[in-house]
Each structure stands twice: as structure tokens, then as C-alpha cells.
Design a protein around this ligand. Structure first.
Ligand SMILES: C[S@@+](CC[C@H](N)C(=O)[O-])C[C@H]1O[C@@H](n2cnc3c(N)ncnc32)[C@H](O)[C@@H]1O
Length: 269
């Protein structure tokens, strides 16, 4: 069973992601009449900004969760949306139809053994020479929060957080196998302090996008107790000396490119 999202609750708790959207978008320049795909678009905050990159083109937001897509579509602003899993976009996105794939805070929700499927889909939908710009949780992501939440989850019969937080060393061969090259781009871990200014912000973050990751592994009867105890212990353990609940994020940050026609022909000999 996968996490169940509440699109409206999520939309009210994404400020810690939005502060890094400029970083993700910096330097991206698809053709003005091109097509941009936001993979795991959530409530569509970044998706709406992508419209400015392709004033005569098309923006498509895709997400596995219908509640997210509903909220994103209701906000309008130009993009089209579809419900689809990143592991299989065939019903939503044709081959070689996209100039730029962007993905923020989404791909660590895909199990480690399905990451290759996602990257194969990214390569399939990109035109030759197209760009893949992504950031996702990387090795070391929210370590302090996970230590608390994993412990509470185990006490309630569950397991560790199910996310896939890869290192660059683990991800590089997957990108290469999909035909996504980082020459001229990058693949690196970026350490960030993300703002959770007060207890309400921490609880909003936990409820909208963190505790839902643990719940599928818990018996339904244990979930309310897990939530209450997880929030209580997180509030006690994660308060910083300056009074904030800021979290240490470690992101796998990448810019890759699908090989162009000429490069593809050369590499085939
Ligand atoms: C933390 S939200 C990020 C949303 C958005 N990109 C943003 O920056 O606000 C993670 C999103 O990834 C989506 N997601 C998780 N697994 C997915 C999958 N296999 N395929 C597509 N979307 C997925 C979730 O439904 C959720 O909307």
C-alpha cells in the first residue's frame, strides 16, 4: 500500500520546498514553444511556474496521487495534469515528446528497486538532447527526524521510513544505464537547512508529508497512537537551540541530458 496524500493539506505545507524552486529553475532554458513535464508535481506550485519557461509551449504535471492532481488542476494557471506513476508514464506522455523533465521532492518516494524504471521513462519521454533536472532526498536526508520517527514506528509494529535516499555513487550507474548523461551537468549532494520556524510548521510538515510514509506498514488500529506519539516525540527532540524546528535536508541534486541523435549513433559504434 502506498502513502495516501491530502492535496489541500500538502498545498498548505510546502514553503520549505518553495524556497528552493529558484535554485531548481536557475539556468533552465527549454525552447519557448517546447514541452515541459513536472514529474511528481504534487499540488502544482512549481508546475505553474514552469509555464513561464515555455510561453508558446506546453506544461504537463503528472502525479501518482489523484488528490494532488485535483488540487493542482483546480488552481489553473496553464498546465495540464494527469494521474500517472513515474514508473509507467506510457498512458500519459508519448515517446520523445518532452524538452525538459523537472522533478522536485518526489522521486525518493519511489522504491529503490523501481528507480531504474523511472529513469527509463524519463529517457523515453525526452527528445534526444532533452534535459532532466531533479532534486530528491539523498543519503543523510532528515536524519534527526528519521531517528525519532523510525523508533516510534517500530514501537507500533511498523518499520523504518520507506523512502529511497540515494548517494550520487548509487544513482550515477542508474542514470548512465538509462542513457541520461551528466557531462556538462552534475550529480551531487546538496546540504540545506530548511526552515520550520515554529511548532505549527513542524506539525504541518509531519502531518502533510512525513507520517503518511510510515502508515501503510502499520495496522490501521495503531495509526492514531503512532501519529500522536510521533508528533509528541518529534516536538521534544527536534527543537533547535534557536527555538526553530529547522530540518537538515540533504538533496540529491542533478542535471542530466538524454543523448542527442549524433551521440546515440556514435555510442552504438
Ligand atoms: C513531497 S511531494 C512533492 C510535490 C511537488 N513536486 C512539490 O515540489 O511540491 C511528493 C509527490 O510525489 C508524488 N509521488 C510519489 N510517488 C510517485 C510516483 N511513483 N509517481 C508519481 N508521483 C509520485 C506524490 O504523490 C506527491 O505528490
Amino acid at each position: 500500500m502506498t502513502a495516501v496524500w491530502d492535496g489541500e493539506l500538502y498545498a498548505a505545507n510546502t514553503a520549505h520546498h518553495r524556497r528552493f524552486d529558484d535554485h531548481v529553475l536557475a539556468g533552465l532554458a527549454p525552447p519557448p514553444d517546447g514541452t515541459v513535464l513536472d514529474l511528481g508535481c504534487g499540488a502544482g506550485d512549481l508546475t505553474r511556474r514552469l509555464v513561464g519557461l515555455v510561453p508558446r509551449g506546453r506544461v504537463l504535471g503528472v502525479d501518482a496521487d489523484p488528490s494532488m492532481v485535483r488540487v493542482a488542476a483546480a488552481a489553473g494557471g496553464g498546465p495540464e495534469y494527469a494521474v500517472a506513476r513515474a514508473q509507467d508514464l506510457r498512458g500519459a506522455v508519448p515517446d520523445a515528446s518532452v524538452d525538459l523533465v523537472v522533478s522536485t521532492a518526489a522521486l525518493h518516494w519511489v522504491p529503490a528497486d523501481e528507480q531504474a524504471l523511472v529513469l527509463a521513462e524519463v529517457a523515453r519521454v525526452l527528445r534526444p538532447g532533452g534535459t532532466f533536472r531533479a532534486e530528491l532526498g539523498g543519503a543523510g536526508q532528515i536524519a534527526a527526524a528519521r531517528a525519532v520517527l523510525d523508533e516510534v514506528s517500530r514501537e507500533h509494529g511498523g518499520g523504518a521510513g520507506p523512502w529511497c535516499f540515494p548517494s550520487p555513487q548509487e544513482y550515477a550507474p542508474l542514470l548512465a544505464a538509462a542513457g541520461l548523461g551528466t557531462d556538462g551537468g552534475w550529480l551531487r549532494l546538496v546540504h540545506q537547512r530548511r526552515s520550520m520556524p515554529d511548532a505549527d510548521a513542524l506539525v504541518g510538515w509531519l502531518r502533510s508529508q512525513v507520517l503518511i510514509a510510515y502508515e501503510p506498514a502499520l495496522e490501521p488500529a495503531s495509526r492514531a497512537s503512532f501519529r500522536a506519539e510521533a508528533e509528541r516525540r518529534a516536538l521534544a527532540a527536534l527543537r533547535r537551540d534557536d527555538g526553530t524546528y529547522d530540518q537538515d535536508y540533504v538533496r540529491l541534486d542533478l542535471l542530466a541530458r538524454r543523448a542527442g541523435e549524433q551521440e546515440a549513433l556514435r555510442s552504438r559504434g
